[in-house]
Design a protein around this ligand. Structure first.
Ligand SMILES: Nc1ncnc2c1ncn2[C@@H]1O[C@H](COP(=O)(O)OP(=O)(O)OP(=O)(O)O)[C@@H](O)[C@H]1O
Ligand SMILES: [Mg+2]
Length: 296
């Protein structure tokens, strides 16, 4: 795990690991200066509540292939009790950002804090033990296992707490209790999403990372998903949610970040972004207005 000082050194684009050697023997420096968002913190995170964030991602640079960065200095904060949304075009790096918050993509510079501790590049299983849950965009259930077995997988780090946690999950998703012996593969898309969220909730996380939970669902089921996310949030779970369904997402978010090409493009309170003409024209679309103007 990178320590805070290591992260800071890397972020400045210089190598200070060999400060005592002369130039001739000096180990190669990190060639690429990491991009930094030089704006003051309140401009990067407008509307951010006071106090220490639960999660604080600063200038993250990350990617899948060495030398090819997908995140180019992305920052995000999540405060206790918040729902924070990440929206942006396809390929902007939203899933990559979420994966980097969960130790699934290597962060090459910048740093990530959880409750004041540096967790940059900490493994996912360790993050689960520290109260972070993650629901990936795809392949997020074990289709051949029953609902109950999926929940057992979610609680494998705390098997003794299974019964108590399963009751908690069923209180949020009653259908999962009624269908507990049905295989996840035989469920509808909406039901499978419930299983995926339920599994992540089995460890009673304080932070839940959701990647497009409404994708592929009917408008009614999408609404139900957002209602459930709010319910989970009210039960004390702070949420980071990535969504294609940007308008619906921003309606339930405390704050939102628009990610574009791996960088923060816009950020602010959910309702402020919904009403920002630039955000609307670039990322949310003007279909409603166009249709109204045409008098249809
Ligand atoms: N496993 C991977 N290996 C290599 N490149 C990847 C991998 N996953 C994603 N990428 C690349 O990273 C970039 C960002 O992908 P990412 O999935 O983070 O975008 P996104 O904003 O979540 O898009 P979408 O809205 O379509 O889900 C894309 O160019 C993609 O091709
Ligand atoms: Mg994605």
């Amino acid at each position: 795990m990178a320590s805070m000082s290591e992260s800071a050194d890397t972020a400045s684009g210089t190598d200070v690991t060999d400060a005592t050697s002369d130039d001739a023997t000096r180990v190669a420096t990190v060639t690429e200066a990491a991009p930094r968002d030089e704006r003051p913190r309140e401009e990067i995170h407008p509307g951010e509540p006071e106090g220490e964030p639960l999660m604080d991602a600063v200038d993250l640079v990350a990617g899948y292939i060495p030398g090819v960065n997908i995140l180019n200095g992305a920052s995000l904060t999540l405060h206790p009790g918040e729902i924070v949304g990440i929206i942006g075009p396809n390929g902007a790096g939203k899933s990559t950002l979420l994966k980097s918050l969960f130790g699934l993509v290597h962060v090459s510079s910048g740093h990530l804090m959880l409750k004041g501790e540096d967790i940059t590049n900490l493994r996912a299983d360790k993050l689960v033990a520290r109260g972070v849950g993650f629901v990936p965009q795809t392949e997020n259930v074990f289709p051949s296992l029953t609902i109950k077995e999926n929940m057992q997988m979610g609680a494998f780090q705390a098997p003794k707490l299974f019964a108590e946690r399963f009751d908690y999950v069923v209180s949020i998703f009653p259908k999962l209790g009624a269908r507990k012996d049905q295989t996840a593969g035989s469920l509808s898309g909406g039901e499978r999403q419930m299983v995926a969220m339920g599994r992540a909730l089995m460890m009673k996380p304080s932070v839940l990372l959701l990647d497009e939970p409404s994708a592929g669902l009917s408008p009614m089921l999408q609404d139900e998903t957002f209602i459930r996310v709010r319910q989970i949030n009210r039960a004390g779970v702070s949420v980071v949610i990535v969504e294609q369904n940007a308008r619906r997402c921003l309606q339930i978010c405390s704050r939102g970040y628009v990610l574009d090409q791996g960088r923060n493009a816009y950020s602010g309170a959910g309702h402020a972004l919904l009403n920002d003409p630039k955000v609307v024209s670039l990322y949310l679309g003007n279909l409603e207005e166009e249709v109204k103007e045409e008098g249809r």
